[in-house]
Ligand binder design. Structure first.
Ligand code: SF4
Length: 483
């Protein structure tokens, strides 16, 4: 639905959502690890709030025995103390999910657990495959019956099939990777091995940690710190790592591409990842500060105060303030309890929906010219309201600076960017957008600045430029988006 030329949505936030977070651990001392996975997933909750699950196994037990538990909701809603207590095992994987491809149902929750001729596999996946529909059709023609609508099951099937002709499960993972195309960071648990794999473009993060005699593979380094593990290194784009007590970490880099072809998702740095995460050698917090500094250099404006739209706009606001010398302040109080199950206001009283989440501190902004830093504007549904709230609270001018370029194109790699017509920047000039959101001035981070945010490591900028690191799919692979 449209309001003042801005597309409305049912959510009260105008933020994009990450698809998933993954966490796996193998404790060589044989300790139970279900609760460690629970806390790891808790640290990755920002990557997916619709469903979650854990699968564990005892490496000394029978090969096919896996206990798994999954459900719809947040990690602390799905898992009770009793549920965790009942999960015995020294090797396991966990997953948090928000659906971009495949609908939001319990069947689609992960990890997927698959029994096949060589035992049991459990798999957790972050990302989107661009050739999943054709691979799924191929498998269906040869008799495969799918229980879910997610492309992770296509990956699991391929690994199971390849395993029959492979000497090891890690070889089967590598062979399956030659068939699947797109974005994936995977963790596979076989009865005696934990395997991590990252697509050759490195779209999504994946890192390795160590705690005593246990190895961990996780989407983000923040999860390692939460469980008291030390960061070992990132899994390289295209690398398959196998963790066993005999070999420690064994690496296969046969599918790695030349570095220039890598394409890490720049939006992980701008918004998705937690600020305390390090991803491919770069601090997420540092990248966000830098984005703010670049905005101050490229889009300067006279003002009395710089504020960030919490939480993700804060680091960029601090960067802007440090670069410009304009004081940094707090203008918003955020209600952190607006969760997934929050009853959203009806269309008729939508005016209050942003206020439920955010209030303005009028003492901080009254009589001041304010620079408001946000990390992104997708549809523009909340930005106009926040600008309005600052003005009502007495700000004399509101200048909006956005620490990402305008969204103009779809993402095929696991981010729920809505259709182009719904993007506020589609077919509009910056001046037209400024007018719609009611700001005194508006500017975005320049596209040319994006590589500088990550010290010129190769990145994907597809949603800003329309130039993708691999050809977009010819059929619609997008799932049910919240629009
Ligand atoms: S298109 Fe955008 S959101 Fe998608 S992977 Fe590339 S940079 Fe990330």
């Amino acid at each position: 639905m449209e309001r003042n030329g801005i597309y409305e949505q049912t959510d009260i936030s105008d933020k994009l959502r990450e698809e998933c977070g993954v966490f796996g651990i193998y404790d060589f001392d044989g300790n139970d690890i279900a609760s460690t996975i629970y806390y790891g997933l808790f640290a990755l909750q920002h990557r997916g709030q619709e469903s979650c699950g854990i699968a564990v196994s005892e490496t000394s037990g029978p090969k096919g025995k896996v206990s798994s538990y999954k459900g719809m909701g947040l990690v602390n809603e799905v898992f009770t103390h009793e549920a965790l207590e009942g999960m015995k095992g020294d090797i396991g994987v966990g997953h948090v999910r928000y659906s971009t491809a495949g609908s939001s149902t319990r069947e689609n929750a992960q990890p997927l657990v698959l029994n096949y001729v060589k035992g049991t596999l459990a798999l957790a996946h972050n990302g989107n495959l661009i050739n999943a529909p054709e691979l799924r059709r191929e498998l269906e023609y040869t008799g495969a019956i799918f229980q879910t609508t997610i492309d992770s099951e296509v990956i699991a099937y391929h690994i199971a099939r390849e395993r029959i002709h492979s000497a090891s499960v890690e070889e089967a993972v590598t062979r399956a990777m030659k068939k699947i195309k797109g974005a994936y960071s995977l963790i596979v648990m076989s009865p005696r091995k934990l395997i991590g794999a990252r697509d050759p473009f490195g779209f999504k993060p994946l890192c390795i940690g160590k705690r005593d005699h246990a190895y961990i593979i996780a989407s983000e380094s923040c999860a390692l710190e939460t469980v008291g593990a030390e960061f070992v290194r990132d899994v390289l784009p295209g690398e398959v790592v196998t963790i066993t007590p005999d070999g420690g970490i064994v690496s296969d880099v046969s599918l790695c591409q030349p570095k220039v072809k890598e394409a890490r998702c720049i939006f992980e740095y701008i918004y998705f990842a937690r600020p305390d995460t390090h991803f491919d050698g770069m601090s997420v917090y540092g990248s966000r500060m830098l984005a703010g500094r670049f905005l101050a250099m490229d889009s300067a404006v006279e003002a009395d105060l710089v504020v960030g739209v919490p939480e993700s706009g804060n680091a960029a606001a601090l960067g802007y303030s440090l670069e410009s010398g304009i004081p940094f302040g707090t203008a918003f109080v955020k209600n952190g309890y607006v969760g997934r199950t929050f009853i959203k206001p009806k269309q008729s009283n939508r005016e209050s929906s942003v206020r439920i989440k955010l209030n303005v501190l009028s003492e901080a902004v009254k009589g001041k010219r304010v620079i408001m830093i946000d990390d992104s504007i997708v549809r523009g549904t909340t930005c106009d309201r926040i600008v309005g709230m600052l003005k009502e609270a007495g700000a004399t001018e509101v200048h909006v600076r956005v620490s990402s370029p305008p969204f103009l194109y779809e993402c095929y790699f696991g981010t729920d960017i809505p259709s182009r017509e719904q993007l506020i920047a589609y077919n509009r000039t910056i001046e037209e957008i400024r007018d719609l959101i009611g700001a005194d001035s508006l500017d975005y981070l320049r596209v040319e600045r994006l590589p500088e945010l990550v010290e010129n490591r190769p990145i994907c900028t597809g949603c800003f430029t329309g130039q993708y690191p691999l050809d977009p799919p010819t059929e619609d692979i997008r799932g049910e988006y919240a629009e």
